[in-house]
Design a protein around this ligand. Structure first.
Ligand SMILES: *Cc1c(COP(=O)(O)O)cnc(C)c1O
Length: 422
């Protein structure tokens, strides 16, 4: 039994919050009331009829453009129910999750930040992360003046959790309130072992939250998501997003699945109208039957191109080993020097040649722990993959053939290439 105790784990100022209520929670709007409670614009949105007509045609999604002068629903229970329907697979528990298990936010980025503000006292508490991992956990921690404890993943290609070291850190490092894990990992593409997560959830002395970021879980085999597991574990939070498999990065919709008391805290601390009406309408569409069918079709296309990259990339001279897993919409590959060794100078030069001369932008990840000489390549469409494969073959030939010099201002360019997030 975990010693997790929400009353002593969450910040006291957050525990004292009440969930937001608006007048419309007390007096349900049946469409006939005159709404003079929220200082909205009674004349309607600043949209011309032709703009509304143009925006509404043919999408199949019902966005109420003429209702945009009203504040959106702060609770989003219908959307939450659809997300629950999607994740109640009963692959991991007989229990079911309900809208009370959910927080929805402006991308997973809002959930990452909301969790930090919920549990970590600035200047005192810390989070644990396992590099190489998503940069936003550290950025958000830094913004909140929250410290970071790093326990690297086990070496490639598995990139698994170093459970013994994590357990030890959670036993000995003071004030660690959360551990952020990414599965499938970014940039590793590996699904973490369920048993490893379970061991950490069962830590005998640590009073903290395990956060599992499942941004890429729909690219992994069916049943990989542990979202419904929050019905079993009071100290588990699972984050998901519509930005990747659902192709909806532009609407900014992320979700955090949690035990109801934790979800309640997150809902109490959020800005009441964080989800816009168009975002809600579009999100509702893509997690309904029509949207899911479209998602699965796109998924099949991407998986075919992922398989193609896996087959074709290793045939190219200068491309080294695949590092990490394939359960995602990107692949992490080594770039080799003329001696056949993974090499950051080569990876960086290939990255730049691709971007500056071939019109193909990938990500340099060579400075990440355990990713020496690696580029992270997002799976594109068939045409994009065709162009990319030609471009990278040429770029490697130019770089290793010596016709491209090492970048003049290498330090500066490296900083730009490293980036922080995504
Ligand atoms: C892309 C990504 C996200 C998505 O963030 P949003 O704010 O939902 O767009 C979350 N986590 C990881 C690891 C990612 O790579």
């Amino acid at each position: 039994m975990s010693p997790f105790n929400l009353e002593t784990c969450a910040r006291s100022n957050i525990l004292a919050l009440e969930p937001y209520r608006c007048a419309r929670d007390d007096y349900k709007d049946d469409g006939t009331n005159i709404l003079l409670d929220a200082n909205e614009n009674a004349c309607g949105p600043s949209l011309t009829p032709s703009a509304v007509a143009a925006a509404s045609t043919g999408s199949g999604v019902e966005i109420d453009f003429l209702g945009l002068h009203r504040y959106p629903d702060p609770h989003q229970r219908d959307l939450k129910q659809l997300l629950c329907n999607l994740r109640n697979t009963h692959a991991h528990t007989d229990k079911s999750i309900t809208p009370d298990n959910l927080f929805v936010g402006v991308g997973s980025d809002e959930a990452i930040d909301a969790l930090l503000r919920c549990f970590c006292v600035p200047g005192k508490d810390r989070i644990l992360v396992c590099p190489p991992t998503y940069g936003m956990y550290s950025v958000s921690a830094q913004v909140n003046d929250v410290g970071i404890v790093k326990v690297p993943l086990l070496p490639a290609p598995e990139f698994g959790l170093d459970v013994a070291k994590i357990q030890e850190a959670l036993s000995t490092e003071p004030n660690v309130k959360m551990a952020y894990f990414c599965s499938p990992g970014n940039p590793t593409g590996s699904v973490l072992a369920k048993d490893d997560i379970k061991k950490i959830l069962e830590h005998p002395t640590w009073n903290g939250i395990v956060v599992l970021d499942e941004a890429y879980v729909d690219f992994a085999p069916e049943g990989s998501s542990l979202a419904e597991w929050v019905a079993e574990w009071p100290n588990l939070v699972v984050m998901q997003t519509l930005s990747k498999a659902f192709g909806m990065a532009g609407i900014r919709l992320g979700a955090a699945f949690a035990a109801p008391p934790v979800a309640r805290l997150l809902n109490s601390l959020k800005a009441p109208y964080n989800i816009s009406s168009p975002t809600s309408a579009l999100a509702t569409y893509v997690v309904s039957d029509d949207g899911l069918a479209a998602m699965r079709k796109n998924m099949d296309r991407l998986v075919r191109q992922r398989d193609r990259l896996l087959e074709e990339l290793p045939k190219i001279k200068g491309v080294g080993r695949l590092r990490g897993g394939i359960e995602s919409n990107f692949l992490l590959f080594e770039m080799l020097n003329a001696e056949g060794k993974p090499d950051n100078r080569v990876a960086l030069a290939v990255y730049e040649t691709l971007a500056e001369n071939k019109g193909v932008v990938v990500r340099f990840r060579g400075k990440e722990h355990g990713c020496l000489g690696c580029l992270r390549i997002t799976v594109g469409t068939e045409d994009e993959v065709t162009r990319f494969l030609q471009a990278i073959e040429q770029a490697l030939a130019e770089v290793n053939g010596g016709s491209t010099q090492a970048p003049a201002d290498e330090a500066k360019k490296e900083t730009a290439a490293n980036g922080v997030v995504a």
